[in-house]
Write a protein of this length. Structure first.
Length: 76
C-alpha cells in the first residue's frame, strides 16, 4: 500500500520505453526461461497478449469502481 494512483501511473508510463526496446530486440517466438514460473517457457507473443488482456481486465475493474464511487455510467 502507500502508493498513490498518480505514482503507479507514472511508474507504468516510465516502463513503456524499456518494454518497447525489449520487444524490438526480440522475436515474438523467443521463449522465456524462468524455472520458478509454470509458464516460464511461454513465448514473447503469449506474454504480450497476456499483458494486453490483464491491462484491459484491470482497467475494467477500475472503471467499475469509478462507477460505484460517482454513481454515473459511461456510454450507456
Amino acid at each position: 500500500m502507500g502508493r498513490t494512483s498518480g505514482r503507479a501511473c507514472a511508474s507504468y508510463d516510465a516502463s513503456a520505453p524499456e518494454a518497447t526496446r525489449f520487444e524490438a530486440a526480440a522475436s515474438w517466438d523467443d521463449v522465456g526461461r524462468h524455472p520458478g514460473f509454470r509458464s516460464g517457457n511461454a513465448n514473447l507473443r503469449w506474454m504480450l497478449i497476456h499483458l494486453v488482456e490483464e491491462t484491459g481486465r484491470h482497467a475494467g475493474h477500475a472503471y467499475i469502481v469509478r462507477e460505484l464511487l460517482d454513481a454515473t455510467k459511461g456510454y450507456y
